[in-house]
Every structure is written in C-alpha cells, then in structure tokens.
Design a binder for this molecule. Structure first.
Ligand code: PAF
Length: 294
C-alpha cells in the first residue's frame, strides 16, 4: 500500500519503520522540511523515507495520523487538496474530539480511529526505541471507515497484535478515562505515574473516576466506578516508572492534550447535564499553567 505517516514522532516512526519492513511504500509528513528523513528502529539498520512529498500524498491509500490531538486539525487542513477522497485516514493519539473536526474537512474519506498501548521513545531525531510491546485497537468512525476492516491485517502484519473493534469509541472512552485520571494529576504535581499510588492522590483519583463513570454511562457505556478504579490502578502500576505525556508536555512548556482529554469529558458532561467539579478543577489548573507561559 501507499502509506503516509503524518507526525512521525516516536509512535509514528515505529509504525513507519514496521510498515516499510512489510514492503509497503511508506513516506513521512513531518514538520521538518528536509526531503528525506532517516529512522533507525532499535538496533536495526537505518532506513530513509521521503518527507513532505506531495505526489506521495496524492497517491496515498492510507494516511496514518500519529500527531498529538491538539496538532491534528492544523496539520491536516493544508493537505486537503492533495488527499484523495478514497484515502483512508486513521487517527491514532491520546484523547477524543479530533474525529469530528477531521470529518468536517474530509467528509468523503473513510475515517478510522485507533488506540495503541505500544511504548516508543525517540532518544534522538533519527532513532526510535520500541520500549514496550502492546496491542492496538482500530475501528471505523464513519460508514465508509467501517468497511475498511482489512486495515487491521495490514497493521497487524507490521506490528501485532491489532484488533478490529466495531465499538472503537468505547475503547477510546476507556483510554480517555485512564488519561483523565493519570495525565492531569501527574502534570500538576510533577510526578511519575507510580507516585499516584500514594494516599494523598486517592481522593482526587476517586473523584475523577466517579465523574468519568457517570459521563460514560450517559454515553451508553456500561461501566461501574469500581471497575474503572481498578483499571486506572492497573495502568498506574504497569507504567509506574513512566512520566505521562501531559507531565512531559507541561514540564517542557509544550501545549498539552488537556482540551482533548479532560476538555472533551467536560463537553460531553455539559451535554448530558452532569456535574464534574473534580475534573473542572484539574482542567482549570492545567489551563492556568499553560496560560502563565504567555
Ligand atoms: O499519556 C500517557 O502517558 C499514557 O497514555 C498513559 C497510559 C497515561 C501512560 O503514561
């Protein structure tokens, strides 16, 4: 397949390299403007990729968007005239709310959503380390996307395990719930994920999960707070040594994904008329930090 990876950061580079190894014609679309970019995965040999090649974009069968949610709309907009209406657009990032924006600009394209638990780290620009094996779930956002389940096999052959999920939005909500709990709290207190097992964070974490649970129920997802607490705790323990993406963004004074994580939750809560004071407070606190940089 002709595949373009928009946003070849750590996860994007991992997919680019793995898909190329399967013989696909993979090119990159990075904010770096050099016509070629190299990627070395772990200790494998370095591979060269075309970058920002309009003709590659014009014949892309699959556009895999691995940018962070806040950057998706601004990066995709200018590409509108190059992307063919048959090109399958796949969004893979933390948070929710971008699909609505992308569908508005690309109303005819099949749109897929994906979430992955693979870990990747980019110690330098041309190098990516596959730090943790995980799984990927993918599913259709619109009707034409729902007909593209073959993409699951394409991705699975490159980096298993990939599962097709007919209810991908439920999977994304489950991930959103984890991110609503771990990300703003670790960012605010500047701690790693493992620190959240301490007593001082339990009240906040419980408050977040009970509010998220109410919103998920209103969205038609059958889940209970105790279940959610357990999942959040499992992820905290499994990723104890990690610093969450939001902690890293805030620590490096980069715009975080808060609008697409807690912000998305607050929007849906308002839609259903559900009070979410705990999440509101965290949202305001993170926004306050971001605004203080101005
Ligand atoms: O955003 C992140 O860092 C990750 O999604 C998670 C699961 C919170 C682990 O650090």
């Amino acid at each position: 397949m002709n595949i373009v990876i928009l946003g070849p950061g750590a996860i994007g580079s991992l997919w680019a390299y793995s898909l190329r190894q399967q013989g696909h014609n993979v090119s990159l679309w990075s904010h770096h403007t050099t016509p070629t970019l190299s990627i070395q995965l772990d200790n494998h040999c370095q591979l060269d990729f075309n970058n920002r090649d309009n003709s590659a974009l014009e014949c892309a069968d699959l556009l895999l968007v691995t940018l962070k949610a806040p950057n998706v709309e601004a990066a995709l907009m200018p590409l509108r005239s190059f992307v063919h209406s048959d090109c399958i657009i796949t969004l893979m990032h933390n948070g929710m709310g971008t699909a609505e924006l992308v569908e508005r600009c690309f109303p005819h394209n099949p749109l897929l959503l994906a979430t992955t638990t693979h870990g990747a780290y980019r110690p330098e620009k041309n190098k990516v380390l596959h730090t943790g094996f995980g799984t990927t779930q993918i599913g259709g956002y619109n009707l034409s996307g729902q007909r593209c389940s073959f993409v699951k096999d394409v991705l699975d052959n490159a980096l298993s395990d990939v599962f097709w999920n007919d209810e991908i939005e439920t999977a994304l909500w489950n991930k959103l719930a984890i991110n609503c709990a771990i990300n703003p709290v670790t960012a605010l207190y500047n701690v790693n994920n493992g620190a959240l097992v301490e007593e001082q964070y339990q009240r906040t974490l419980n408050g977040i999960s009970s509010e998220v649970c109410k919103v998920m129920n209103a969205e038609g997802i059958d889940i209970q707070t105790a279940q959610l607490d357990q999942t959040i705790n499992q992820v905290i323990r499994a990723t104890a040594a990690n610093y969450s993406s939001m902690q890293q963004d805030i620590a490096h004074r980069r715009l975080s994904e808060i609008d697409f994580i807690t912000g998305y939750l607050l929007n849906r809560a308002a839609h259903h008329g559900i009070a979410t004071p705990c999440n509101q407070e965290l949202y305001q606190a993170i926004k306050h930090i971001e605004q203080s940089w101005n």
